[in-house]
Design a protein around this ligand. Structure first.
Ligand code: ME8
Length: 649
């Protein structure tokens, strides 16, 4: 048996910090099309995706929703996996950075780099951007704000571990200058060389003490590992690197391609190769930074609230329409603009009119004129046939040529060149006129054979890109989606005599103006109902727990004996709460709902066995229970006076 060449492809691991939007799906859908194409092209593919679950940002989101971080994450990850299922994402592995094996491997990696001297302890002061989890020097700030996202930064100071990034500067410059394939598209090479590498690299702070939601530094538990070090290593820990079984690592590493949006190319093309160099692990073959899907001039993003819901789009217009739009409309490597009009126009023009019509007209004619039995191509014509057959016969090679260069929209355009050529062929050969002349029966049969074969080839070649239509088309020809391009991509393989079913409508035609008006109306109604729809948090049901789980929570009545605003925060109040003989310091995010003095003397419900947590430099030793509705937050108190320190069950 032929040994297959391996192909390891990765998406970035996703931040589960909000609602998933159409932009989120871009990297994953593109990688999916590539993975499916390579599988059919005879490669042994490993397609990795997953989630990046540590860091202050996640901790804060969960806190703001008053949910335990892991509970919040589990619900988010379930939603993401549902989305990937809906979009037909054929990943081979889904890694979560909260998976035990990953956490252990990250600690092993940290140890190894420390022992080697590539990680060392020092002190750090810098400007920290919480959403980007990045430290910046003053000179790197743009108008005093984060140069990546433009948001506010805070001055932060901490004892920290550093990675000797500067040591790898020359090797990185050499890598990018002398291996043009390593970083693509080419524009990203100049950006990295001119903006970061040539001006000089500083060592990178790779631990944090200001929050706890991360992987502990194995030999210094006060510190958690910097999220980017944790996240980037997923590409090797997912394969078992520094774990119990590294056979996947032996088989698939180095990655053939790491795909990502342009905003995180710096992490992937500078920090990641430097870490690998330090670990003596071979480098990935290619880093590809694609462009963004924009709405107006803004990136579609969770934080900006300009979400386009992929689930709603798929339900309304089909999953194939969503995948097709992302793959066809966005010039790969550059930014692409989303608009409802462009989306609907693409769907109508290519999927409904070109593809859908070709399939329904052809299969209807085979049924009408030949009783649904595919005729033989016994009467070729030198004027019209050769061009169609040539495009169909070489379609695989042409598409493969584009896919090898990651020119995904061009590959799709080529498939539609065949579809459009076939539609033109119908107009040129006028089968309905041939059908009127009994002497033309063989010619009519040939025309319909050529059309049916073109449809088959278009459907086979579309299989990596769309997930519903190719299967439906092939089913009408008595075929299924092939596992491999081998033996399926040459013209003339469909046997005369095959039963051809009449195809159902593949895509309905949308009246674009009517549809746009309906969308507008729907948006207005949603906005009138809730002006903040876009930012409304999703409510997640928590998983069921047993009575034993509940019994783990220790609840007691406490009396508030002191209360003050916490200086560094505008959300937190700092309480002294007397529980029996003990007085505890407890922080609660209710500063917007209570004046400190109003709370003194209240008998409140306290979670007393919660692990202490440091918030804004102050340790909180428990939690006060509150209820929340649209009118605000209220502290839970006892209905009648009770002895303070009483248990609650
Ligand atoms: O960056 N258009 O995760 P993420 C195109 N956790 N692509 C978009 C997009 C848009 N409007 N919005 C997001 C992270 N993306 C880190 C990665 S990897 C070790 C850690 C893409 O959830 C984005 O460019 O913010 C990235 O490729 C992917 O979605 C995940 O982004």
């Amino acid at each position: 048996m032929k040994t297959k060449r391996k192909y390891y492809i990765t998406t970035p691991i996703y931040y589960p910090s909000g609602k998933w939007h159409l932009g989120t799906c871009y990297t994953t859908v593109v990688c999916d099309a590539l993975a499916r194409f390579k599988r059919m092209d005879g490669f042994d593919v490993f397609y990795l995706t997953g989630t990046d679950e540590h860091g202050q940002k996640i901790e804060k989101v969960a806190q703001s929703k008053k949910i335990e971080v892991k509970t919040y994450l589990d619900a988010q990850i379930n939603t993401l996996k549902e989305l990937w299922k809906l979009l037909g994402i054929s990943y081979d592995k889904f890694i979560r950075t909260t998976d035990d094996y990953h956490q252990r491997a990250v600690q092993n990696i940290f140890n190894k780099l420390y022992e080697k001297g590539d990680i060392y302890k020092s002190g750090y002061e810098g400007w920290y951007c919480t959403p980007c989890e990045s430290f910046w020097t003053k000179t790197q700030l743009v108008d005093g704000k984060c140069p990546d996202c433009g948001r506010e930064v805070e001055l932060a100071k901490e004892e920290a571990y550093f990675f000797r990034l500067s040591k790898y500067q020359d090797r990185l410059i050499d890598l990018i200058e002398n291996n043009p394939d390593f970083l693509q598209p080419k524009s990203r090479q100049n950006e990295m060389l001119n903006n970061f590498l040539r001006p000089g690299l500083q060592d990178l702070c790779v631990s944090r003490t200001s929050f706890q939601w991360g992987i502990e530094v194995p030999f210094d538990k006060k510190h958690v590992v910097y999220v980017w070090l944790d996240a980037l290593t997923n590409y090797i820990t997912a394969l078992g690197y520094m774990g119990e079984d590294d056979s996947l690592f032996q088989k698939y590493w180095p990655a053939d391609i790491h795909m990502m949006g342009k905003e995180i190319v710096r992490f992937h093309s500078i920090i990641w190769p430097a870490i690998l160099m330090a670990l003596d692990v071979p480098l990935p073959k290619q880093i590809y930074g694609h462009g963004w899907l924009l709405l107006g001039s803004d990136k579609i993003s969770k934080s900006k609230g300009n979400i386009i819901d992929p689930v709603e789009l798929s339900a309304r217009y089909s999953v194939d329409a969503v995948r097709y739009y992302l793959l066809r409309e966005v010039p790969f490597g550059n930014d692409g603009m989303y608009s409802n009009r462009a989306f609907l126009s693409r769907r109508n023009a290519d999927l409904t009119n070109s593809l859908g019509n070709l399939v329904s007209r052809t299969t209807a004619m085979v049924n009408q004129y030949f009783g649904g039995i595919l005729p033989a191509p016994s009467c070729p014509d030198k004027t019209y046939d050769p061009e169609l057959i040539a495009i169909a016969d070489t379609l695989y090679e042409t598409v493969k040529g584009y896919m090898d260069k990651l020119l995904v929209p061009e590959a799709l355009a080529e498939i539609f060149r065949l579809v459009n050529r076939a539609n033109k062929y119908i107009d040129e050969t006028t089968p309905w006129i041939l059908a009127k002349d009994a002497a033309q029966k063989e010619r009519l049969g040939t025309v319909l054979y050529n059309l049916t074969e073109s449809i088959r080839l278009a459907a086979v070649m579309l299989s990596p890109f769309l997930i519903e239509a190719p299967a439906k088309i092939l089913a009408t020809l008595g075929e299924s989606v092939p596992l491999s391009f081998d033996d399926t991509v040459k013209f003339g393989q469909l046997l005369p005599g095959t039963t051809i079913a009449k195809a159902d409508k593949l895509f309905d035609r949308i009246d674009i103006e009517k549809e746009l008006a309906a969308i507008e109306k729907q948006m207005e109604a949603a906005e009138a109902k809730n002006p903040k729809t876009a930012e409304k948090p999703i409510t997640h049901a928590k998983p069921q727990i047993t009575i034993d789980d509940f019994a783990k929570v220790e609840l007691k009545v406490g009396k508030i004996v002191s209360a003050e605003k916490l200086q560094k925060s505008n959300k937190l109040l700092k309480f002294g709460v007397k529980i029996g003989d003990e007085t505890r310091t407890i922080l609660s995010g209710i500063a917007k709902h209570y004046k400190p003095e109003e709370t003194i003397g209240k008998s409140v419900v306290v979670v007393t066995n919660l692990a202490p947590a440091k918030l804004c430099g102050c340790v909180s030793e428990g939690m006060l229970l509150c209820a929340e509705d649209e009118n605000g937050v209220i502290l839970l108190t006892t209905e009648k006076p009770v002895e303070n320190g009483s248990s609650i069950s």
